[in-house]
Design a protein around this ligand. Structure first.
Ligand code: FES
Length: 259
């Protein structure tokens, strides 16, 4: 869901006909999770502040216009919220369809296959078909005609520990927020607009290695797709032996024990 609220004041509301009481300031998404209702999401997590960019978590609130994002809408006393109905399901399928229309369809060979939230959410919202042509600004090497895509941006392989593939990015900003909030580094940003928007590790032409990135891995952990991928997963595989070490993996200097 979204991070917990530390407020002392409690608020009671109704979600899908069930009463729930949570601290003031809790998001509707988190309140729903408290009573076992899981609202589809891509950009929200339990640990980083909600951003409201993916628009999958839309809900309806009786007496209020529109379909607000449940991750960024706080609870209020007496609200009557609906998270599942035909209109919301149709809206979510439409949003998901647009994501998939601009995403490489190489799931079977993608290192994130089986561990990809985009894949999971496509299933959760019941997406069967995509009615749209792939976007021509897509960052895949070749466009839909098989020609080298003029908008192609090379995969960033510069960091020794992970790779960044802009073609798979859904611009949810989880990596950017994790970099800022978990690590306290400001190495990443979103540049460009619309189809052209992408995560960037500095000025044009810069890469992760030459950025302020300290290789803490928070962005890789936060990524819901195969965009940021540990090299160990791709190239080395699971280790058979383990050691206890203080490594130079990042600037934090923790020690870890791998079994
Ligand atoms: Fe709420 Fe993405 S999870 S907008």
């Amino acid at each position: 869901g979204t991070p917990a609220s530390k407020a002392k004041e409690m608020v009671t509301l109704t979600i899908d006909g069930f009463d729930v009481t949570v601290p003031a300031g809790t998001s509707i998404m988190r309140a729903a999770a408290e009573i076992g209702i899981s609202v589809p999401k891509l950009c929200a997590t339990d640990s980083i502040d909600a951003f409201g960019s993916c628009r999958l978590c839309l809900v309806e609130i009786e007496g209020r216009a529109g379909t607000p994002a449940s991750c960024t809408t706080p609870v209020a006393p007496g609200l009557k919220v609906h998270t599942q109905n035909a209109k919301l399901k149709q809206l979510r399928r439409g949003v998901m369809e647009l994501y998939i229309s601009d995403h490489p369809l190489d799931c079977l060979t993608c290192a994130a296959n089986g561990d990809c939230e985009l894949q999971d959410m496509a299933g959760a919202v019941g997406l069967r078909d995509v009615r749209y042509e792939k976007g021509e600004n897509h960052f895949e090497v070749r466009n839909t005609s098989g020609e080298v895509n003029p908008n192609w941006i090379a995969k960033d392989d510069s960091n020794p520990y992970f790779t960044y593939d802009p073609a798979k990015c859904i611009v949810c900003s989880r990596c950017v927020r994790a970099c800022e909030e978990v690590q306290g580094t400001f190495a990443l940003t979103i540049e460009g607009r619309g189809f052209g928007s992408r995560v960037s590790a500095g000025m044009a032409g810069d890469n992760f290695l030459s950025s302020d990135c300290v290789s803490c891995g928070a962005c890789v952990q936060a990524c819901p797709t195969g965009t940021l991928q540990e090299k160990s997963v791709i190239e080395i595989g699971t280790p058979e032996r383990s050691v206890i070490t203080t490594c130079a993996y990042c600037g934090v200097g923790c020690s870890f024990k791998a079994e």
